[in-house]
Design a protein around this ligand. Sequence first.
Ligand code: CP3
Length: 364
Amino acid sequence: MSEKPLQNDRLLRAAKGLPVDRPPMWVMRQAGRYLPEYNATKGTRDFFEICRSPEIASTITLQPIERFQPLIDAAIIFSDILVVPQALGMTVEMVEKRGPVFPEPLRHPSDCEKLRKEVDVTKELGYVFEAIKETRRKLDGRVPLFGFVGAPWTLMAYMIEGGGSKMFTEIKRWIFAWPEESKALLQQITDVVIEFLARQVEAGAQIVQVFDSWAGELAPHDFAVFSLPYLRQISSRLPARLAELGLDRVPMTVFAKGAWYALDDLCDSGYDCVGLDWTHDPAEACRIARGRVTLQGNLDPNTLYGGREAITKGVERMVGGFKEAKGRYIVNLGHGITPGVNPDDLKWFFEEVVRVGTEVYKEF
Ligand code: CP3
């Protein structure tokens, strides 16, 4: 079965700065627990078992696309950022109501001996590439597919903290007590992440996003040392690796949650798109970006609990504010959608973006 050419290229066009009729949109975690069909498919199955099943992962990836068609302009492969620590040899469990748990986190640089020195990405993460291929077949050109990875800083933080954290004591101990060892670990993760992204593109990912979910835990000068250099390596080395594999470059997005202070630097870090959380004022972000990148974001996800009027107000403020990006803009929430949201309220959000966005974009 040969796949149809891409029918909706709105998101890829906006990512490249080409004109569009309205802002393209998708939401982080769009395939997840707020969808009854996700919960039905998941049942009692283990989360990572689903990630390793290309058939189930591709079915889940398509659920929001099908439910909200023709509103969503991109799919994102169902997987997790923590498959990379697993590929490095760590055990990660997804515990119901608690989130990810690493039974043996890295508590001292000597623990790094437990990590695999050479990671064969195809062997360890081949199931992600199979899921991407299967998803492309099922999408049949309806919308483009995002691949993704966790940023080196965020992955290192999980590997050291051993799961979610409020205090970040362990990871901060590492960067302040053992800065050189921290950099060596970040480099090791970066190398795997780049190869993993390249192979996702080879399998069919048409755009990629790097999630630095814990960037906001760092002071600006520490972000400049322990996160940004590795984000830059990804944006510079991935295109080179793709060229080696005989593949075309794809647009790249960086989402460094909480790193509002770094927006100017992120606009110069080699990415096509920069994702924003809700702590940015849209018009101010456009002024800082100065047309260097496509901005993505940024409604507070909890707005979706405020009812239709609040959602409309939020969409008008957001799309109106990003008008200054003159079309270099992708609609999203400022972080992932949460499990308690009513899918009909998300649908209302999408419909309001179409209404407001179409009106605003007439002026361009
Ligand atoms: O729809 C999509 O966005 C694609 C799939 C996706 C998941 N996780 C599925 C998932 C993506 C892109 C991620 C990224 C991810 N995973 C991030 C970065 C984005 C962010 O939220 O900051 C992070 C930090 C993780 C790590 C992770 N995975 C946590 C902290 C948790 C538990 C918290 C939670 O939301 O449940 C997960 C589990 C997870 N990843 C679920 C899903 C659908 C829930 C699993 C379940 O069904 O119980």
